[in-house]
Structure formats: structure tokens, C-alpha cells
Design a protein around this ligand. Structure first.
Ligand code: NAP
Length: 287
């Protein structure tokens, strides 16, 4: 990679940032398209976020990804927000447009693109069970709701968080049957009998985080079980779904597609998705 006086800078702000896969993924895309750009990980402590965001302007950085723990707090430091980032309440992508910092969120659309492309699932008119009510759930819910599903049941350990999400989204999407429930096998048994899609958006299933146990055997044949956790790529939850003959959809596609959408926002170019996917897959295998 050649760095010149004209090289444009992209990067990611997070803390900790050591395990991010985004630099490998974006630098592979930059190299494949022969662009004079470089993507750098920046370890930004919460107390330094304001300085770091100001430096995007000061250093004329073209674009930045934002990850944990800055996705929500960064909003107040930006000049403009996309409609989607406002609806989700979080930003994962910033573009520097002549000094104006615009915040966007590509997580939900990245998930949707992967769900349609990798699992062949169209949410329109379908019954969906979404587990979790955190940041990722908000992004995915926003994207799914825009597709016109028949119903979405949100199940979360802290039921009140699922209830507030339902209250908020009911106003924006009155035609969707939205309901909240506890993350509890007995409550989910009936909804799973008719669900066409079940999504885990919690951190359960991640290495060292405990398992997500749900009565997947209740689900109808042909239903899709989706897990956005990507470390490991095949969670126990997905392994169980696969053993039951259900269609499984892992978190790699979302990771790659949210990156591909950010890449297009910054460069105006279609990202080389297959190359990005291979790089991330290899990095995950090596970990
Ligand atoms: P978050 O905002 O912190 O939300 C965490 C969610 O997990 C909440 O619903 C929380 O429930 C639930 N949870 C955590 N520990 C739990 C436990 N022991 N039992 C039951 N529920 C538990 O996190 P996030 O940003 O949404 O991220 C969630 C996961 O998505 C992470 O694993 C992250 O790596 C993954 N992710 C993947 C992608 C991708 O591209 N594939 C993108 C974004 C995120 P409470 O509300 O009850 O605390």
C-alpha cells in the first residue's frame, strides 16, 4: 500500500478497538479497487471522543466508522443525521462533506441486505420474532419494519426495554402487529410455532457470554433462524437450528454488508463484497 500526499483517510473510532475486523475488510476493498485511500483503527477513549470527532475536520478525514461505546453519544457531536440514524438513535458511519459531519447508520440495511441475499428471506407479510432490545435490535427493527412484515414480537431479558421499543415503533408503523414479551421459553413457545424468522440480536452466544436457549423445535419447517453474533460464526443456537433442518443465517453477512454500504457512502463505488467476506472469514478462522 502506497501512502502519498493525496491519500484519503478512512477509519474507525472505538474503545477497545484491538479486535476490530473493519480495517482488514476495508483495506482489502481499497486495494482491490486500486484506490488511493487507507483505513485506520483509532482507539478513542470516551473522554476523548469530542477531540477525535473534531480531528475528522482538522485532519480532513473522509469517513469514519463508529463502534462501541460511541454509537449513541457521537450523535450530539455531528452536524447532520440521516433519517435512519435518527430513527435508530445511533450512528455507525460518518462522512465528512467539506467539513460538515453527517452521521448515518448502515447496520439495519446491512442486515436486511444479507437476510435477503444470503438467506433468501423477504420480510413482507411475514411473522418475525426478534430477541434483544439493544442497539443492534433497534437498527434491525427499523430496517425490517420498513419492509412491511405482518407481525414482530420483541423478546428481551429486560421486558420493559422491549415494551418501550414496541410503544415507539407502533406510532411509526401502525400496520404492523408489534408485541413485547419476556425472554422466556414458555412465552415464546406459541409465537415460534408460526414464526417465519427468528433473530438473535443479543450478545448471548458470543464467546464467554452464555447460551441462548429457545424451543426451536416448535418452529415450522423452512423457517429462518438468524444470529448476528459472528464470534463464533456458528453459535450453539445456529447449530441447534441446523440440526433441526431449519434455514440458518449467521452474522458474517451483516458485518460485511454494513461495511459495504459505508464504503459506498464514502467512495461512491460498489464495494467488492466477496473479497471483503473472504478476508473477514479468514480473519475469524485465524482467531
Ligand atoms: P447492546 O446494545 O449492549 O444490547 C445487548 C442486548 O443483549 C440486550 O438486549 C441485552 O438485554 C441482551 N443481553 C446481554 N446479555 C444478556 C444475557 N446474559 N441474557 C439475556 N440477554 C442478554 O449490544 P448491541 O450493540 O445491540 O450488540 C448485540 C450483539 O450484536 C453483540 O454480540 C454484537 O457483537 C452483535 N452485533 C453484530 C453485528 C454484525 O455486523 N453481525 C453488528 C452489531 C452488533 P437487556 O436489555 O436485558 O440488557
Amino acid at each position: 500500500m502506497k501512502i502519498s500526499g493525496r491519500t484519503r483517510i478512512l477509519g474507525i473510532f472505538g474503545h477497545p478497538i484491538g479486535h476490530t475486523l473493519s480495517p482488514a475488510m476495508h483495506n482489502a476493498a481499497i486495494e482491490a479497487l486500486g484506490l488511493d485511500m487507507v483505513y485506520i483503527p483509532f482507539s478513542v477513549r470516551p473522554s476523548r471522543l469530542k477531540d477525535a470527532v473534531e480531528a475528522i475536520r482538522g485532519l480532513d478525514i473522509l469517513g469514519i466508522n463508529i463502534t462501541i461505546p460511541h454509537k449513541e453519544v457521537v450523535i450530539d457531536l455531528l452536524d447532520k443525521l440521516s433519517e435512519e440514524a435518527r430513527a435508530i438513535g445511533a450512528v455507525n458511519t460518518i462522512i465528512n462533506s467539506n467539513g460538515m459531519l453527517i452521521g448515518l447508520n448502515t447496520d439495519g440495511q446491512g442486515y436486511l441486505r444479507s437476510l435477503k441475499g444470503d438467506a433468501g428471506f423477504n420480510p413482507k407479510g411475514r411473522d418475525i420474532v426478534l430477541v434483544g432490545a439493544g442497539g443492534a435490535a433497534r437498527g434491525i427493527l427499523t430496517a425490517l419494519a420498513g419492509e412491511g412484515p405482518a407481525s414482530i414480537i420483541i423478546a428481551n431479558r429486560t421486558t420493559s426495554k422491549a415494551e418501550s421499543l414496541v410503544d415507539e415503533f407502533k406510532v411509526k408503523f401502525p400496520d404492523i402487529d408489534l408485541r413485547a414479551c419476556a425472554l422466556d421459553t414458555s412465552e415464546l413457545k406459541d409465537p415460534l410455532k408460526t414464526a417465519a424468522l427468528l433473530i438473535n440480536t443479543t450478545s448471548l452466544g458470543m464467546e464467554g457470554k452464555g447460551r441462548l436457549e429457545l424451543p426451536l423445535e416448535e418452529m415450522p419447517g423452512g423457517a429462518v433462524v438468524s444470529d448476528i453474533v459472528y464470534k463464533p460464526l456458528k453459535t450453539d443456537f445456529l447449530k441447534k437450528a441446523q440440526d433441526l433442518g431449519l434455514v440458518v443465517h449467521d452474522g458474517l453477512g451483516m458485518l460485511v454488508q454494513q461495511g459495504a454500504i459505508s464504503f459506498k457512502i464514502w467512495t461512491g463505488l460498489d464495494a467488492p463484497v466477496d473479497i471483503m467476506r473472504n478476508v473477514v472469514e479468514r480473519a475469524l478462522e485465524e482467531e
